[in-house]
Write a protein that binds this ligand. Structure first.
Ligand code: GLU
Length: 259
């Protein structure tokens, strides 16, 4: 299977902006193992701004564009250094790909991206994708990695998109406010009723929330790709997700659609 895994800042770092080592090590080990088992993995990783906050000892996630872009420039190095080091331990080679929204508006750039990923996968490498936060301005920004993950999944012809987050999946009510909220394990169709469940959320260091995840689900499933939202706290759960076991919320690809 060709699998796109998106990890959010809240999965990778503590609220301080420093790396959650135990979790990142586990994530890299499991992804390496899935690669060893024959799956092709593309990782869409957030964390550049969050890790830049930690590395530059900023008091909080910046709100102004220059500091955000500076933090991203610092944090992206740290992020790739970490992945390179950890995946190397399992003999896997990472490749960095940084994209902006406008890359997907230009057919030639989009085609180049598809070709590069295809070649990297043929060469056995593990592409790690993020938004190019140091140059992304309002006009060209994708803005969140749930959206980026779904765009990447469609462009690389993935079989499965997995969004790892700090929430277990989609609930029928806001679990932070309503203790009787129940997890929805399968969504056969991302319709208006489902989209209406995407309230606002998000952590102090990351962006996104349920709404961006539901839009990502709509894009992926329409293109013939199953999508799962699951809690990234235990990366070992990826084994079960790949085997199709009921973890988190699975959005089923549109019938008759193949990626
Ligand atoms: N590209 C941003 C970063 O790496 C993250 C976007 C997101 O959290 O969705 O910090």
């Amino acid at each position: 299977m060709r699998i796109v895994v998106k990890v959010g800042t809240s999965t990778l770092t503590y609220p301080t902006g420093h790396l959650n080592l135990r979790r990142v090590e586990s994530l890299c080990r499991v992804l390496s193992d899935l690669k060893n088992a024959g799956h092709e993995i593309v990782l869409v990783s957030s964390g550049s701004i969050g890790m830049g906050v930690g590395k530059l000892s900023l008091p909080a996630r910046p709100t102004d564009i220059p500091t955000k872009q500076a933090a991203a420039a610092v944090g992206q190095c740290e992020l790739m250094y970490t992945y390179d080091r950890l995946f190397s331990e399992y003999r896997h080679t990472v490749a960095q790909i940084l994209l902006t929204g406008s890359d997907f508006d230009h057919a030639d750039r989009c085609f180049n991206f598809q070709n590069t990923v295809r070649r990297l996968l043929e060469l056995g490498a593990l592409p790690v994708v993020n938004e190019n936060d140091t140059v992304a301005t309002d006009e060209i920004v994708i803005g969140d990695n749930d959206t980026l993950g779904s765009i990447v999944a469609v462009n690389v012809g993935a079989d499965l998109l997995i969004l790892l987050s700090d929430i277990d999946g989609l609930y029928d009510a806001d679990p932070h406010k309503d203790p009787s909220a129940r997890l929805i394990s399968v969504v056969p169709e991302v319709d208006e009723r489902i989209l209406a469940l995407g309230g606002e959320s998000g952590s102090a260091l990351g962006t996104g929330g349920m709404q961006t995840k539901l839009f990502a689900a709509r894009r992926a499933t329409a293109a013939g790709i199953d999508m799962v939202i699951a809690n990234g706290a235990d990366p070992e759960k990826l084994y079960d997700i790949v085997e199709g076991k009921p973890i988190g919320t699975r959005f089923l690809k549109k019938a008759g659609k193949e990626a």
